[in-house]
Ligand binder design. Structure first.
Ligand code: NAD
Ligand code: ZN
Ligand code: ZN
Length: 381
């Protein structure tokens, strides 16, 4: 079959590899119909995630059709159209019982932090990803959701990560009615977080980035105000001025390692060829949110990043919440929001490319060319 194949930092290609087999009675094999490239994949592509092995296939956002099920699978059958959350989780461990599916105890046994994730290096379990014609789905009775008939496939594929992550970013912000929310990052996750902030009662939403077409898109899609950080010398002062001298009530970091990578690049002198800001979004979030406010972090940092401005956070009495999204927990509510027309996630899809063009697709998204926001890859049918 055709699959994305990682060759090293900034080098990926489409290549032939063996089709996956059922390895456990609770596996399913899914024929992929849509798969996206995520900002999280860019951390792998940029070489920022330890133990990303050459030859591996990325891809944790995909929909598909069930091709085959293992002997113990009861909730799925051949021919079902499914969306598959990016978390691989057991559904029964201590953490899954608390709906912390991203922290599942059993799907990434080598880790005390994150559970299994499709196509996300051996730090997340070493599972093959869905940027391929077929993918093995472990614990198939637990993760996949059969698609409601009226759900558009492009909306469905964004329910595997982007929409629940943006929603959880807003949820972790503990937004009170009328609050001002600042979102760092106008990529797919920041856009969705900004959009979802309104669902939680925000009175004002401000999005910060430095890519003009993304800021313009944010104004349209998320009905927010924007700040281009190229124009700002002191982010905390600027946001204080915009908010009656207090600072925003809630700050969301939807950037992660991209900005940290640039801070690391300045310190180390090593060129990471990244395009992020000169300070981490996390520092801006902590320093600009008002005293007693909440910082919600969904931007992904590599396991080694430890530059949290804890002194300021303590002195300001902040609440800081963070996690990988627990996708399945949010799906019933989000499907309802889509069916009611409150959000149309697929509006953020700017590019659709065949899987064989995966190298171009990564380059386009990483370099922010051709006004790229979200790319869907379509495997050969
Ligand atoms: P993206 O790369 O498309 O977007 C990141 C945006 O941040 C870019 O537009 C970039 O210009 C901007 N940026 C860079 N430095 C900045 C700074 N200092 N301040 C403000 N903006 C800055 O990525 P995405 O797909 O939107 O993902 C965003 C982050 O969310 C990534 O770190 C990704 O790994 C993470 N993520 C987390 C989860 C989760 O479950 N927690 C799920 C998916 C993605
Ligand atoms: Zn993702
Ligand atoms: Zn579990």
């Amino acid at each position: 079959m055709l699959a994305m194949n990682y060759r090293g930092p900034y080098r990926v290609r489409a290549a032939q590899k063996a089709e996956p087999d059922i390895e456990h009675p609770n596996d399913a094999i899914v024929r992929v119909t849509r798969t996206c490239i995520c900002g999280s994949d860019l951390h792998l592509y940029h070489g920022l995630v330890p133990d990303t092995r050459v030859g591996s296939t990325f891809g944790h956002e995909f929909t598909g059709v069930v091709e085959e099920v293992g002997s113990s699978v009861q909730n799925l059958k051949k021919g079902d159209h499914v969306l598959v959350p990016f978390n691989i989780f057991c559904g029964t461990c201590f953490f899954c019982r608390k709906e912390l599916y991203s922290n599942c105890h059993n799907t990434n046994p080598g880790s005390t932090t994150v559970g299994g994730v499709y196509g996300y290096s051996h730090t997340a379990g070493g599972y093959d990803g869905g940027q391929a014609e077929y993918v093995r789905v472990p614990l198939a009775d637990v993760g996949p959701t059969v698609l409601p008939q009226d759900l558009d496939l492009d909306d469905a594929v964004l329910l595997t990560d982007v929409v629940p992550t943006g929603y959880q970013a807003a949820e972790m912000g503990d937004i009170d009615e009328g609050d001002t929310v600042v979102v760092f990052g106008a990529g797919p996750i920041g856009l969705m977080a900004a959009r979802c902030a309104w669902l939680f009662g925000a009175g004002r939403v401000i999005v910060v980035d430095h890519v003009e077409y993304r800021l313009a898109f944010a104004r349209d899609f998320a009905h927010c105000e924007t700040v281009d950080f190229k124009d700002v010398r002191d982010m905390a002062m600027h946001l204080k001025k915009m908010t009656g001298d207090l600072g925003p009530d809630v700050a969301i970091d939807a950037v992660g390692a991209e900005a940290a990578g640039n801070a690391m690049q300045r310190l180390s002198g090593v060129s990471l060829k990244l395009q992020g800001g000169s300070a981490t979004a996390l520092h801006w979030a902590v320093n600009s949110v008002r005293k007693g406010g909440t910082v919600s972090i969904v931007g992904v940092y590599g396991p080694t990043f430890n530059a949290v401005p804890i002194g300021n956070a303590l002195n300001k009495g902040l609440t800081m919440r963070m996690n990988q999204a627990s996708v399945k927990r949010h799906l019933p509510r989000l499907i309802e929001h889509i069916q009611a027309g409150h959000i149309r996630p697929s509006e953020i899809i700017t590019h659709r490319l065949p899987l064989e063009d995966v190298a171009d697709a990564y380059h386009l998204f990483s370099s922010k060319l051709d006004n790229c926001i979200k790319t869907v890859l379509i495997p050969p049918s």
